[in-house]
Design a protein around this ligand. Structure first.
Ligand code: ZN
Ligand code: ZN
Length: 56
């Protein structure tokens, strides 16, 4: 999973992005900015697909 902030590839055990400091344990939904779980496939709040939010 890439960092939402800077699209670098964090390590498995990283809790925060080494490049931009984003919280990798609790990433944000790109649609509604709710805190989501790292392995959530869909946002619990707005239903956005979190797996493929690369580019539309
Ligand atoms: Zn980052
Ligand atoms: Zn959302």
């Amino acid at each position: 999973m890439k960092c939402k902030g800077c699209s670098s590839e964090p390590g498995e055990l990283d809790h925060y992005c080494r490049k931009c400091g984003s919280d990798l344990e609790n990433p944000y939904c790109s649609e509604c900015n709710s805190i989501i779980k790292k392995d959530d496939a869909f946002c619990w709040k707005c239903g956005a697909n979190l797996e493929k939010d690369e580019k539309k």
